[in-house]
Design a protein around this ligand. Sequence first.
Ligand SMILES: Nc1ncnc2c1ncn2[C@@H]1O[C@H](COP(=O)(O)OP(=O)(O)OP(=O)(O)O)[C@@H](O)[C@H]1O
Ligand SMILES: O=C(O)C[C@@H](O)[C@H](O)C(=O)CO
Length: 333
Amino acid sequence: MSMLRFPEGRALDFVGLGRLCIDLNANEIHRPMEETLTFTKYVGGSPANITIALARLGARAGFIGRVSNDQFGRFITRYLHEENINVDNVIVDDTGSVTGLAFTEIKSPTDCSILMYRDNVADLKLEPADVSEEYIRQARSLLISGTALAKSPSREAVFVALAYARKHGVVTIFDIDYRPYTWVNKAEIAVYCTMVAENCDVVLGGREEFDLLESSEGPQRQDDDETARKWLDHQARIVVVKRGGDGSIVYSRGGERVEGAVFPANVVKTFGAGDSFAGAFIYGLMQGWSLDRCQQYGSASASIVVSSHSCSDAMPTLDQIRDRIDRFVRSGT
Ligand SMILES: Nc1ncnc2c1ncn2[C@@H]1O[C@H](COP(=O)(O)OP(=O)(O)OP(=O)(O)O)[C@@H](O)[C@H]1O
Ligand SMILES: O=C(O)C[C@@H](O)[C@H](O)C(=O)CO
């Protein structure tokens, strides 16, 4: 068992915090963006994707963030509402900010990149005063994504939210979510992400992301087991090291170490794997499932999303994940 206790009797199962942006995924795939003519618009932003994933699985989800006061901001808020995500703590920013744009280039199933437009974005204008203690008090869990720490006042808002969550026994989840385009330097990443990771119950990241947090400790740590021990020595009850096409390893404070493989996928784009994995994995933790079942659902969810054109729109339902698992059990595909 994961030794993680989600409080009961709360109005929300899960609250995401941070980036709400727009994905513009190239429709002409398997070619460089210089040759792309059209894009499809989706809601994006890692914490938004994970929150949508949880809502799609039936969790009562909410969000804390800022959106721009324009058509994109309204599009995002409406989409979250239509996904039954509570938007009471989604604030319209009126400082003239814009919505972050993530242009996804799909050159091949394994060669994808994101062109980010993030100057003056609304999500990083989130202020400490925007974060409602009452809103967090009614939640069972809170997700913090690392990019929300990249700039003030969003950075300070994160620490306020984390303090409220710890005060009210809310399970705190930190997805390192490193995106280079917003941080000033790697030293800041190590400092601020470490401060959050040391105070969260669940920490998820890829090998390179953990190396960024641990870089101040001399040569980059390559050992996943050592990384897990480090963070489990702090607040963490669960540490997830995501390893792309090689799967993931999940560690618990109770000494479990569970390696998980991937499900076969007809990969359209690799983006969205981490967010879809995280959504189903966290859902499983909330149900009190074993770690290998949480991991299995996370991996199955990821295989569905990497086989799709979008991230948020493609987040699967429980039935879709179960069907994916059943198909693999029956046929190995
Ligand atoms: N090519 C793939 N095919 C099937 N499953 C995959 C593939 N890549 C990743 N996954 C699954 O998704 C999980 C998370 O993937 P990854 O480690 O790439 O996270 P990430 O880097 O956060 O992803 P993202 O690209 O969304 O930021 C993996 O542990 C694995 O279960
Ligand atoms: O998180 C981002 O800013 C990019 C996302 O919008 C995009 O969907 C993605 O890369 C998910 O991994």
